[in-house]
Design a protein around this ligand. Structure first.
Ligand SMILES: *Cc1c(COP(=O)(O)O)cnc(C)c1O
Length: 404
């Protein structure tokens, strides 16, 4: 497609020409495991890589291909691979980019299962890692070792909303010949494009904003170098096998079509709820990348074109108050995951970040009173009314407890 059209248009059209598919407006679902070779010679030529064409759906599938081409354009990359989960994408790229004895530099506070995977790689293959803040080049540079091969960046960091400077990571990586991988799940390509800032790979838990409807688990890996992406397709992806199903890719294409309008609404809803929370006496702090009080706001402004739909806040009190507050919510659903049409709320200390030892968790700023919020697409007044009612109920409970 003509790359001069706007991103909002690419989201809907890129990678699909109805003329190639019986004039079908919607991308057809190719629910097939294998493909029929026209003759033995073609079959041999496809295996030899001398003829393009499908062989088997663990390698390529026409429905999946549309998704891969579309996300490639949206992330301004050169190629992409779709996976059966975000973690399958994370594992594929870490296995591709490291070897036994290497060292990986990661932003502190990375996704829990990515942390789990790094520990597996350390136990089994001696691939070590350091979890560090990445606000500037010096903070990163001093941790680079001769055996470092990858800088792995997740920004904004979940759930503290600390921001890592992607360009700083890229600059350090260039000096030392390292690969930069960015987990862009929290922003989606609508808000942040790490490849444009010099990253080598971007990955998504497409389960979140890319799909946006809470009904698929999937992952995407986008690369700045097409040859390298195709190499991963024919090695780690093919042989580890964590591919997406054609049906899930089809749902993902359908969900992705509304990314632009959804991200605008997720962001405006998050901003409306934050403005309200700042007026509530029981709220101690709010954390949002583009909030003026965020210490990392200048970095966030350089690399994000909107604040997105996720923020965290802390309440007065501790675990008991936080849990009592969550139990009063009705419209807002108590669930992990994020980026869905439904507003979702969760308690990191006892849920997503509960595997982290308490001391480490507190050092990251994840206290018992911290709550993470993923703004949905409901009317903002209804979200705020649900929070208001929960705060009122909490106040009544606390008052009753103190007069007992
Ligand atoms: C959810 C998530 C993942 C893992 O993705 P799955 O699709 O659940 O496998 C990785 N990184 C981030 C930032 C996530 O939020």
């Amino acid at each position: 497609m003509n790359k001069k059209v706007h991103r909002d248009t690419l989201i809907i059209h890129e990678g699909h020409d109805p003329r190639d598919h019986q004039d079908s407006l919607a991308v057809p679902l190719y629910q097939t495991s294998t493909y029929v070779f026209p003759d033995a010679e073609s079959g041999a030529a496809r295996f030899a890589g001398e003829q393009t064409g499908n062989i088997y759906s663990r390698l390529t599938n026409p429905t999946v291909k549309v998704l891969e081409e579309r996300i490639t354009a949206l992330e301004k990359g050169a190629g992409a691979l779709a996976f059966g989960s975000g973690m399958a994408a994370v594992s594929a790229i870490l296995v591709h980019a490291t070897k036994a004895g290497d060292h990986v530099l990661c932003t502190r506070g990375i996704y829990g299962c990515t942390f789990g995977l790094l520990n597996i790689l350390e136990d089994k293959y001696g691939i070590t890692h350091d979890l560090i803040p990445m606000r500037n080049e010096d903070e990163i540079e001093k941790h680079v070792r001769p055996e470092t091969s990858v800088i792995y960046v997740e920004t904004p960091v979940n759930p503290t909303m600390e921001v890592a400077d992607i360009r700083a990571a890229v600059n350090v990586a260039r000096r030392h010949g390292l690969k930069v991988i960015v987990d862009n799940t929290f922003c989606s390509p609508y808000i942040q494009n790490p490849i444009e800032l010099g990253a080598d790979f971007v990955l998504h838990s497409a389960t979140k904003y890319i799909n946006g409807h809470g009904d698929v688990i999937a992952g995407l890996l986008i690369g700045a170098d097409r040859e390298e992406i195709e190499q991963i397709r024919m090695t780690v992806q093919k042989d580890y096998g964590g591919i997406i199903s054609p049906f899930d890719a089809w749902l993902m294409i359908r969900g992705l079509k509304t990314l632009a309008v959804r991200m605008d609404r997720h962001t405006s809803n998050a901003e409306a709820v934050l403005a309200y929370l700042k007026t509530v006496p029981a709220v101690r702090e709010v954390h949002y990348p583009l909030d003026a009080d965020n210490p990392d706001v200048e970095i966030a402004k350089r690399q994000m074109n909107a604040g997105g739909g996720i923020f965290s806040f802390t309440l007065e009190g501790g675990l008991e108050e936080a849990q009592a507050f969550l139990d009063e919510l009705k419209l807002i659903k108590l669930a992990v995951s994020l980026g869905d049409a439904e507003s979702l709320i969760q308690h990191p200390a006892t849920m997503t970040h509960s595997p982290i030892p308490e001391e480490e968790r507190l050092a990251m700023g994840i206290t018992d009173s911290m709550i993470r919020f993923s703004a949905g697409l409901e009317h903002p007044d209804d979200i705020i009314a649900d929070l208001e009612a929960a705060f009122a109920a909490l106040k009544k409970k606390t008052a009753a407890a103190t007069t007992e």
